[in-house]
Structures are given as structure tokens and as C-alpha cells.
Write a protein that binds this ligand. Structure first.
Ligand code: MG
Length: 229
């Protein structure tokens, strides 16, 4: 089903994997890439190895610059980090423990001039507001919907209906943007249109299967798509 641009009067953004990048998303991407190593032995836990690699190359306490240096491993870790950036697994900047999807700031700046906007997260209030406030995005949003806001959370339509109400727009005129099937299902059930982004956990096929009206690589693609609106 194609996106009806003229119907869109307000925007609802998921947070994790849509605006905010996470180490979990990196680890999932890396797991997929290195999964063939599990053919060699069933004892190899690919997701655990991926998480360790991500933590070591981007992780807390500057591991990559301290212990490896003493052990003479810094060159190897730098190589891994460079490779992860090169193949597109690592590409975001870190700010106070919150990672951001590239292009989000410019995108929100552009879109908030034309649309009322909300964020709808299935996470807790503190994590959601922490990310938004760290990047000074709160002025862009009419409301922040967290797991505690509506009586049910995604994939239930309640958060989308709640957000639409706050923005003074019927749910049918909202566009729900998210990286996983729960975003698409919640949006659809509320009567909104939906866009799936591939910057997080979701796969194109599953997002389409749940009825996404459009699939884009990331929210950075939105301003040009909504330009004619
Ligand atoms: Mg998400």
C-alpha cells in the first residue's frame, strides 16, 4: 500500500532504533554478519561474541585505549573498530551514553516547522526523556509518550491515539514512524499510516508484512519524501 502524503498532518516517532541508536542494534547487526562462524562449533555463542566486540571497540571506560594498550592489543581493536565503521555497523556518535542515528537532528529541525510531532516509546519515561533532553529535542515534540503514558503500550494502538489527541489531529492523519513491527501494528490499528525505517532492529520483509506503507533507510530520508506535503 502506497503512502498517501496528502493525508499526513502529524508525525509520531518511535525512539530506539528510529531516533536513538543502541549497542543492542549494533550487536544484532554484527551477529548476523558473523553468524557463519557458528558452523565451526555449536559451542560458539555468536550474539555473546558480537556484544563483547561492540563493547570493546565502543564501550565504557575507554577500554579500547587503556587495557588493550597495555596488552599490546590496541592496534587489533582499532582495526576491528575501523572495519565496523567501514561496513556500516558503527556509524553513530556517542553523547552521554546516548547514541543517535545520523541525520536525526537536521531531520527533526526541518520537520517540526511543518508538522506537530510526538515520540512514542515502549520504554520507560526516564530513558525516553533522557535521550530527548540530552540532545535538546524537547522543543520539537508536543508530547513524549513512554510506557507509563497510555493504558497499554505498542503494539496496542492506545499510545498512537493518545499522541494524536495531544496533537489535535485524528489518528488517520498521523504518520507512525518506527523500526519494528510493533510500531507498524500500533500505527495501523490506530488508523494511522506507517513508515518502517531500517536503522534499527526490524527487517524490510516483516515490516512490509505488517502493513508498512513505505520502507526507508532512516528518518533522514523523511524530509524529502514529505516535501510536497
Ligand atoms: Mg524501535
Amino acid at each position: 500500500m502506497a503512502l498517501d502524503i496528502n493525508r499526513i498532518k502529524a508525525l509520531c516517532f518511535d525512539v530506539d532504533g528510529t531516533l536513538r541508536d543502541t549497542d543492542d542494534a549494533y550487536a544484532a547487526k554484527l551477529s548476523k554478519m558473523i553468524s557463519p562462524i557458528s558452523w565451526f562449533s555449536s559451542n560458539i555463542n555468536v550474539s555473546q561474541i558480537s556484544r563483547k566486540i561492540i563493547m570493546k571497540v565502543e564501550g565504557p571506560a575507554n577500554f579500547a585505549y587503556s587495557i588493550p594498550d597495555r596488552l599490546g592489543l590496541d592496534d587489533e581493536l582499532a582495526d576491528i573498530s575501523n572495519w565496523l565503521h567501514k561496513v556500516g555497523i558503527l556509524k553513530t556518535k556517542r553523547n552521554h551514553n546516548y547514541l543517535i542515528i545520523p541525520g536525526v537532528e537536521e531531520t527533526l529541525k526541518t520537520l517540526h516547522l511543518k508538522f506537530p510531532m510526538t515520540v512514542i516509546s515502549a520504554r520507560g519515561k526516564r530513558g525516553t526523556e533522557g535521550f530527548i533532553n540530552t540532545y535538546n529535542f524537547s522543543d520539537f515534540f508536543i508530547a513524549m509518550v513512554s510506557a507509563q503514558t497510555a493504558h497499554r503500550t505498542k503494539p496496542h494502538p492506545a499510545p498512537v491515539i493518545w499522541a494524536a489527541n495531544k496533537m489535535g489531529v485524528p489518528p488517520e492523519n498521523c504518520l507512525m514512524i518506527g523500526d519494528t513491527t510493533v510500531d507498524i501494528v500500533a500505527g495501523k490499528r490506530a488508523g494511522a499510516q506507517t513508515v518502517g525505517v531500517l536503522s534499527g532492529f526490524g527487517e524490510k520483509e516483516e515490516l512490509l508484512e505488517k502493513g508498512a506503507d513505505l520502507i526507508i533507510n532512516s528518518v533522514a530520508d523523511l524530509p524529502s519524501i514529505l516535501k510536497s506535503n
